[in-house]
Design a protein around this ligand. Structure first.
Ligand code: AMP
Length: 363
């Protein structure tokens, strides 16, 4: 088999990570006749509940990674914080899609911003800050308010500090709780949007319509599909997503979170080379869901149509909001998705609900 041959249904897809993204990927893979093998440290994960096989081991357990790689036909991941040595080891044995290049950019916010700006994509103004003195200088340069984020391992607002007029640099540094950070100028955005683009082995790329994301406490609360933005802004956002996927020579799925400024400028905020929470609506509202598209892309199959047959609003069910499941099931047009997690910790993504609406003329 050459690197360009399709991986046919019946094969085994290895997925690093056992969360809800791995679960929904495994479900889509099963619909196309594939088996999924989840690799994650947690027992009874949302992914492994629906997978064909699970390896329960750490992401740095080289022996377990080797055995896993030898037993699957392709490896992908549902989150980006996989150690470089582990990706290298896997890639020596089996195709890893997307490859290390995409992970490298997504793992580190400074590398990510350098990459984006380097290919002419605008972001919030930023400074890499490695100590309190650098932070103080950064604050002078960028002004306040500003947002301090950990360089690595940040998600859902973790390790993020909003620095207003009253906060001293050393206080902000202490709150961030890491030894390297990125300081960003605060963007008084009109809205936050994201675009998910799939790119196949042959370089063919398809994007889902830009969607609008509302966050509460830095966690995605709601996605509106499509976004309520000008067609020109939508085109700019899509163009930017295609450019990133192409420059990375990505095979798989890429989500780009962006800010739309008050004057209609699009600024890239974050890149995730995997299925994304803001694409969950596609399961119920599109010809091909983001998860099926992901499976098609990493297996070298033709991509499906990302067209939507309905508009949609996706609401995340966080923590004890999941207790509303019974009332949601009683709504005729609501589609409920639960992730099989046992403990409804505060802010934890327990499930989501998608409500469909007649397709509007927008985009
Ligand atoms: P992130 O982890 O970078 O996706 O940030 C989480 C959320 O914090 C974003 O979705 C925004 O709502 C907010 N945020 C992050 N960076 C900025 C910024 N530079 N200006 C304004 N809001 C921000």
């Amino acid at each position: 088999m050459t690197k360009r041959d399709p991986i046919a249904p019946g094969a085994v897809i290895g997925i690093l990570g056992g969360g809800q993204l791995g679960r929904m990927t495994a479900l889509a893979a099963a619909e196309l006749g594939y088996r999924s093998h989840i690799f994650c440290p947690e027992k009874d994960s949302p992914g492994s509940q629906v997978a064909w096989a699970t390896t329960c081991a750490g992401y740095d357990d080289h022996g377990a990674l080797e055995r896993f790689a030898a037993s699957v036909d392709v490896v992908t991941f549902e989150f980006e914080n996989i150690p470089h040595a582990s990706v290298r080891l896997l890639a020596d044995i089996v195709p890893v899609r997307p490859d290390w290049n995409a992970l490298r950019v997504a793992q580190n916010r400074v590398v990510e911003k350098e990459f984006l700006n380097g290919i002419g994509i605008a972001t919030a103004p930023w400074r890499a800050v490695d100590d309190v003195a650098a932070l103080a200088l950064g604050l002078e340069a960028l002004g306040r308010p500003a947002v301090l984020k950990t360089t690595r391992m940040g998600y859902d607002g973790k390790g993020q500090v909003m620095i207003g007029a009253g906060m001293a640099a050393d206080e902000a540094w202490r709150r961030m709780g890491a030894d390297s950070g990125i300081l960003e100028g605060f963007i008084n955005f009109a809205c936050e949007i994201s675009v998910i683009v799939a790119r196949g082995l042959d370089g063919q790329a398809r994007a889902y319509v830009p969607v609008e994301n509302r966050h509460a406490n830095h966690i995605l609360a709601e996605t509106l599909a499509p976004a309520r933005i000008d067609p020109a802004v939508a085109r700019a956002a899509e163009g930017l997503a295609f450019k990133i996927a192409q420059t990375l020579d990505l095979v798989g799925l890429l989500a780009i979170e962006m800010f739309v400024t008050q004057d209609g400028q699009v600024l890239a905020n974050e890149v995730a080379p995997r299925p994304h929470n803001s694409g969950h609506w596609t399961i119920d509202a599109c010809a091909t869901s983001q998860f099926e598209q992901f499976v098609r892309a990493i297996c070298g199959l033709p991509l499906g149509s990302p067209e939507r047959h309905s508009d949609a609003v996706m609401e995340n069910l966080l923590g004890d909001q999941v207790e509303r499941w019974s009332a949601i099931l009683a709504e005729p047009d609501a589609k409920l998705h639960l992730y099989g997690k046992h403990e409804a910790l505060s802010g934890r993504k327990m499930g989501h609900v998608t409500r469909l609406y007649p397709k509007s003329g927008r985009f």
